[in-house]
Design a protein around this ligand. Structure first.
Ligand code: WTA
Length: 631
């Protein structure tokens, strides 16, 4: 049964109900799922703790809502269509029946290897169906998965393994990305030298490259599933048991493990998927994200599969073998809903419209955007050249912490406006706050975006440090979840996201904490101090600009800059590598020693004429020197 909204008046009606009677509203949505035991109470909450529980005491297994639920109705429908990196390699299609058996088989492997309810399993894998199978098998046996993007370095991987005390790592020998073959297992081996909790590693063979297998610890995926039964009795889980931990960057140096729990996340992922994308049975849906990010969790795996959808999983990159690859895939599988990031749109826009010309793109009905603000130019290009002005664009605003999309048009229902995420989904009560902590009511206002009532998909805690969760999200404004984003509500009541107001920058749709990048830079032995800011970047949205004070030790600046870039790649991964590094004699600091980032941001973006008040600086001259040495 679907809870799809069909008209604009239907949306307003549902929204009204979701605010006036939230518990009745969500109980009705949740009723369409399979629960082993129904809840005693829909919602228990306070934002002071915070302590939020949805579907209290209900029992379920989320995979029964994906697998058993669809087995006898749409068992032959494709669940996952996999498109490999190389267009000449054959793809794979897994029907819901295939997926059921594969997940069961791998659940039996996990049990055989001693994984129990509550154990943490790290998934560090390329975009292959086995990555989704691994996630679902964890959920089926009650283990908590933590997917780590396979582009992160061994240090970043080790930090995450240590933080959640993972018992097992699921990985692959290597990873194909465009023309490159990336070692994956070797990174895991390096990470495991810095950890002690991992007892088992299972390696999926993808590239066939040589790997070291450690006896007693490592086994091959294909060997471990051999002879395992393809049925498995799903573990009974509590609605508030953890489903997964996903690490994300914040204002402080250390990434935090965002915790999502089973019942609420399940209900929200499916509901938001069906409504935002207006998915109809039989449609082919494609989200280009990586499963290492929340978008991959909610809108490649959980949301679509809960809805019985056909979800495409693509291993490669948009420009391999050429800049027409996305469009070739759209035509090949007759994709109806296509969901990508503005950074990909801008990168393809730079190749012009020629790569599109060979393709009809007639199957497309809905286009989606996620991860960062979409600029108007990219919006229009997407709308005109990809959607042929026929397809509504859903600009979906949300976060790792929110579990699912919170502000977005419903495709074809909500009138869109370029660069606007438009209106909140049912159940989402937004508040715009001024710097004094007062809620700004009415239209034509701008401030910080908060949410004042719980929704089922929200985070419950940050793993191992509840206090940090409280401080980061619930301390800035009393009784409100603070998103970290600035927002404008225009004269029509439409929402436009203005970007982060904290020390988080958004590089190609990837969240990076400036402190995290600074910590990595500071690992270079000759670095004395650094300060990182974001600046507008044509393709990436924001680029990383680093100001670094170094002990030059007879090195050239050029030398040091490339060494510092390598250091960051080694500590975090290539996605955090600064675009620009400027070696500076000093940093603009106040007398109390605080770095004035406002000035550094202005220099990085090149607005040099108005530096604002620099009279409180300890050494105003340093600003002149920084401007003179701008890169
Ligand atoms: C930004 C990604 C503008 C925002 C799902 C948010 C957006 C952060 C949009 C979360 C959008 C995401 N318009 N900004 N449509 N979507 N953002 O956790 O700053 O990787 O706080 O989740 O991305 O990034 P995250």
């Amino acid at each position: 049964m679907s809870d799809r909204i069909h008209t604009l008046s239907g949306y307003f009606h549902e929204y009204q109900k979701s605010v006036s009677q939230p518990e009745e509203f969500w109980a009705r949505i949740a009723d369409s799922f399979h629960w082993k035991k129904r809840w005693d109470k829909v919602l228990d909450w306070n934002f002071e703790g915070p302590d939020v529980k949805w579907f209290v005491n209900a029992k379920l297994n989320i995979t029964e809502n994906i697998l058993e639920r669809h087995l006898f109705t749409i068992g032959d429908r494709p669940a996952i269509i996999w498109e490999p990196n190389d267009p000449n390699e054959a793809g794979r299609t897994l029907t819901y029946r295939d997926l059921y058996h594969e997940v069961c088989r791998f659940s039996n492997v996990l049990k055989a290897k001693g994984i129990q309810k509550g154990d943490k399993v790290i998934i560090y894998m390329p975009m292959v169906p086995e990555a989704a199978i691994a996630m679902l098998a964890c959920a089926r046996v009650g283990a908590i998965h933590s997917v780590v993007f396979a582009g992160f370095s061994s240090t970043a991987l080790a930090d995450r393994i240590n933080d959640c005390e993972a018992k097992m790592v699921l990985t692959s020998d290597g990873n194909f990305r465009g023309a490159k073959k990336i070692p994956v297992k070797a990174v895991v081996d390096e990470a495991l030298e810095k950890t002690t909790t991992v007892k088992e590693v299972i390696v999926y063979q993808r590239t066939g490259q040589d790997v070291q297998m450690v006896a007693g610890r490592d086994s091959w995926w294909h060997e471990s599933v051999e002879g395992q039964s393809d049925t498995h009795q799903a573990e009974e889980m509590d609605s508030e048991d953890m489903l997964f931990i996903l690490y994300t960057s914040g204002s402080t140096g250390k990434p935090k493990g965002v915790v999502h729990t089973i019942g609420g996340y399940m209900v929200y992922a499916k509901y938001s998927f069906e409504n935002v994308f207006q998915y109809s049975p039989g449609d082919v849906y494609w989200c280009t994200a990586d499963i290492g990010w929340i978008t991959g969790h909610s809108y490649i795996v959980y949301g679509p599969l809960l809805a019985g959808a056909t979800s495409i999983m693509f291993e490669g990159v948009p420009t391999f073998p050429d800049a027409g690859r996305f469009w070739a895939i759209v035509d090949k599988y007759q994709v109806n809903q296509f969901y990508t990031a503005p950074t990909a749109i801008r990168a393809l826009q730079a190749h012009g419209t020629e790569p599109l010309e060979a393709y009809s793109l007639d199957s497309l009905k809905v286009l989606g955007s996620v991860g960062e603000p979409i600029n108007e130019e990219a919006w229009h290009w997407y709308h005109t050249h990809v959607g042929k002005t026929r397809c509504p664009i859903v600009d979906t605003w949300w976060q790792t912490e929110t579990g699912g999309i919170l502000v977005s048009p419903l495709a074809g229902i909500t009138p869109t406006k370029p660069a606007y995420a438009t209106l909140p989904l049912p159940g989402i009560q937004l508040a715009i706050m001024d710097p004094e902590g007062k809620e700004l009511t009415g239209n034509s206002v701008e401030g910080n975006l908060c949410i004042k009532f719980p929704w089922p998909g929200m985070l419950r805690t940050t793993y191992g440090d509840h206090e940090r969760c409280q401080q980061t999200y619930f301390a800035a404004y009393k009784n409100k979840y603070f998103t970290g984003d600035g927002v404008k509500r225009d004269h029509d009541g439409y929402y436009r996201i203005l970007g982060r107001v904290d020390d988080v920058i958004n590089v190609s749709g990837h969240r990076m904490g400036t402190a995290e990048v600074e910590n990595a830079i500071n690992e270079h032995p000759l670095v004395i101090e650094s300060a990182v800011v974001g600046y507008p970047h044509e393709v990436k949205g924001q680029g990383i600009y680093a100001y670094v004070i170094c002990d030059m030790k007879n090195r050239t600046a050029e030398n040091l800059v490339s060494e510092i870039k390598d250091t960051v790649t080694k500590i975090i991964g290539p996605i955090a590598k600064p675009d620009k590094i400027q070696i500076v004699p000093g940093l603009p600091k106040t007398r109390s020693g605080k770095i004035m980032r406002r000035i550094l941001r202005k220099v990085a973006e090149g607005s040099l004429d108005n530096m604002g008040d620099t009279s409180t600086l300890l050494d105003p001259e340093v600003v002149e020197q920084i401007i003179a040495g701008r890169v």
